[in-house]
Design a protein around this ligand. Structure first.
Ligand code: TYM
Length: 335
């Protein structure tokens, strides 16, 4: 069996939360057992919005620590910092020359992030998806585990890969990468509003569970989370019409081995206090040790440096082979 190549990344822009874990990082740890995996800390992406340099450094260590704390094994997977492998920026330039303005203009995440301010955001934010395509194609990755908010960027990556292969008459040079998106848990929603995504940019800390939240904070946040004025309904169909309840059930399934139906059957007809107590317990059991481990690892920067250094070396070696082929296909002379 040919091993798949898996690549994904997380931005070092501040506290990681349950959405990052359930939508992405948890799957990284599972996929590393069967595949060749690369997981990067995408600092080049982070600076598309201004980052305080000290904060950026700290956040980069923190994502590295979170990867390890969530079970990514540096022996099985390559963990590295994007800016330290120059091929990402180099390939991004070439892909910028492949990608069409019209394609980028359709990106909903850019529209959301730039809002009414689109004239005044960085051009890096606009071309962000071509850098993401470069991250993936630089290793000819075939599978990309992400939350559903990244689906459109993955579709663009496939379009870019296809156009490169066509323009340069190099069929099958870049594989067309497949997103790996878990159905129920690919979009974890805010604890305060089941119609908006859990996000680090939400002003209310009560909208999310951070991976570094301690036991008491997790319990408090779940206690305050929004549910519904009626008891737990009896069917999945009815639950789907209650966005906050649906979200909490999805979260519950993400941190335990219960299915959605198991949980509905267990709590049907009850108000939400027992459900919330049990959900808190499950979250504390899963998330609090991750937070403790992140805090512990953050005290040993030289270990985190070593992890990134070794990963960078491996990523660089792999990337150079592909970049060399790309340069040759494009017609750049190596004198
Ligand atoms: P980022 O840093 O915003 O988020 C990291 C990962 O977490 C997922 N995620 C969520 N999943 C479910 N529910 C949520 N509420 C939630 N919030 C975030 C994201 O989908 C993502 O998988 N562009 C990417 C980083 C990136 C990348 C790449 C990913 C750069 N290059 C190459 C894959 C491959 C981003 O901004 O993720």
């Amino acid at each position: 069996m040919i091993k798949k190549t898996v690549l994904s990344g997380v931005q070092p822009t501040g506290d990681l939360h349950l959405g990052n874990y359930l939508g992405a990082i948890k799957n990284f740890a599972i996929m590393q057992n069967e595949n060749d995996c690369l997981f990067c800390i995408v600092d080049l992406h982070a600076i598309t919005v201004f980052q305080d340099p000290n904060q950026l450094r700290n956040n980069t260590y923190e994502v590295t620590a979170a990867y390890l704390a969530c079970g990514i094994d540096p022996i099985k997977s390559i963990i590295f910092n994007q800016s330290q492998v120059s091929g990402h920026a180099e390939l991004a330039w070439i892909l910028n020359c492949i990608c069409r303005m019209g394609w980028l203009n359709r990106m909903t995440q850019f529209k959301e992030k730039s809002g009414k301010n689109s004239e005044n955001v960085s051009s890096g934010l606009f071309t962000y998806p071509t850098l993401m395509a470069a991250d993936i194609l630089l290793y000819k990755a075939t599978h990309v585990p992400v939350g559903s908010d990244q689906k459109q960027h993955l579709e663009l990556t496939r379009d870019i890969a296809q156009k490169f292969n066509n323009d340069y008459k190099s069929p099958d040079f870049f594989p067309l990468p497949e997103p790996y998106i878990e159905k129920e848990i690919s979009r974890v929603m805010s604890l305060r509003d089941g119609t908006s995504k859990m996000s680090k940019s939400d002003i209310s800390d009560y909208s999310r569970i951070n991976l570094k939240d301690n036991k008491d904070t997790i319990v408090k946040k779940i206690k305050k989370s929004k549910t519904a004025d009626m008891p737990m309904p009896s069917s999945q169909e009815k639950v789907t019409q209650m966005p906050e309840v649906n979200n909490l059930i999805n979260i519950f399934t993400g941190v335990t081995s219960f299915s959605k139906q198991d949980l509905i059957t267990k709590y049907e007809g009850q108000n939400f206090s027992n459900f919330k107590n049990d959900l808190s317990d499950a979250l504390v059991e899963k998330i609090a040790p991750i937070g403790d481990e992140i805090n512990k690892l953050m005290k040993d920067k030289s270990y985190l440096d070593q992890i990134m250094r070794e990963g960078t070396e491996k990523a660089r070696n792999k990337s150079e082979l592909v970049l060399k082929e790309v340069y040759d296909i494009v017609g750049f002379i190596k004198a």
